[in-house]
Write a protein that binds this ligand. Structure first.
Ligand code: GSH
Length: 339
């Protein structure tokens, strides 16, 4: 309980540091009413210790806390959209079916919905049509991963074998489904370079974008809450408390990563990626490689939020993204395990 308190305070506390400044600026805007709602939610969340909103914020804090030290805010992953697959998938973009001998019997992903690294792994599993179960880890107790020495997510178990770290997981899965190839021959320098770019650059830009304005923060949390298992009252509380906290936290993230204009940074990243494609359908040529899957995995949660819509309207990334949607298709997630 004490740890729970401190994680909750972490999010709310960080938000409060900049709350006065941000609210002062925001209250003169047309979003003033929403800001006041968010302010109420923010301060309510700091005084209340009960309810799902607190748990949810703690879940965000766990991803955010580690991310600010190691990689990025993983909130985008919390709003993991289920992207509808097109009914007819052109053969050229079809999924990579595995021959049954390579198909693991049981794959379990221990994840936070809030984690972009988990979404990268899911993009790989979905593309290769590897069925997997998901265990949503409680970020406070982490009781679902007590059995492991590794204290982060994602953790993937493949027929009982534990794999950790999203890039390592993907490398090991790629090796497993291509047993005849050496590790080095499985990816080239270009692919490795862009996978690093995703982890070191792209993921940092996402959260400041999806929580950029109060209305965008609410849009993001609206999606989160409508897809979670919340009662009507719980949904409201999570939506406003979460949006309020993340609106302010995202301002700190901008400073941390020296982002002055988050939209411009997002557009620039999208254009940089399209330049990298250099006229090819995918970085991998006629089919996605691991870099395509990584970029797609971290962008998928934001694609149909305002930031993602803006990105597609204002850059050239839309065609590639549409090809990726077709290629990856429907999720191969089979069911959640209730803990
Ligand atoms: N490099 C790791 C980063 C994983 C990571 O930082 N995950 C965060 C969630 S976004 C985490 O589990 N943090 C530890 C915690 O919540 O206590 C990867 O790519 O998998």
């Amino acid at each position: 309980m004490r740890r729970a308190q401190s994680l909750s305070s972490y999010v709310v506390g960080r938000a409060t540091l900049t709350a006065h400044e941000s609210l002062a600026a925001a209250s003169s805007t047309t979003a003033g009413v929403q800001n006041r709602l968010l302010q109420v939610a923010l301060y309510n969340s700091s005084s209340s210790s009960a309810g799902p909103s607190r748990w949810f914020l703690q879940s965000i804090a766990a991803c955010l806390g580690r991310s600010t030290r190691a990689v990025s805010l993983g909130l985008a992953g919390a709003i993991s959209f289920s992207v509808a697959a097109s009914a007819v998938i052109p053969e050229v973009y079809a999924k990579e079916p595995l021959s049954p001998e390579f198909l693991p019997k049981e794959v379990v992903l221990y994840q936070y919905e809030a984690c972009p690294f988990c979404n990268k792994v899911k993009a790989f599993l979905d593309y290769h049509h590897i069925p997997y179960k998901v265990v949503e880890v409680n970020p406070l107790s982490k009781k679902e991963i007590k059995w492991s020495d590794y204290k982060k997510v994602p953790i993937l178990t493949v027929d009982g074998e534990q794999l950790v770290d999203s890039s390592d997981i993907i490398d090991k899965l790629a090796q497993r489904i291509n047993p005849d190839k050496s590790v080095d021959s499985l990816s080239d320098d270009e692919e490795r370079k862009w996978r690093r770019w995703v982890d070191n650059h792209l993921v940092h830009i996402l959260s400041p974008n999806i929580y950029r304005t109060t209305s965008e923060a609410l849009e993001s949390f609206d999606y989160i809450t409508s897809n979670g298992n919340f009662s009507f009252t719980e949904r409201l509380s999570v939506k406003y408390a979460g949006a309020a906290a993340m609106y302010f936290v995202s301002k700190n993230l901008k400073k941390k990563y020296n982002i002055t204009d988050e939209r411009a940074a997002l557009y620039e990243a999208a254009e940089t990626w399209v330049d990298a494609l250099d006229g090819r359908d995918f970085l991998g040529g006629s089919k996605p490689n691991l870099a395509d899957l990584a970029v797609f995995g971290v962008l998928r949660p934001i694609r149909y939020l305002k930031s993602g819509r803006d990105m597609v309207e204002n850059t050239r990334i839309g065609d590639w993204y549409a090809r990726m949607e077709e290629a990856v298709g429907e999720s191969s997630r089979i069911k959640s395990i209730e803990q």
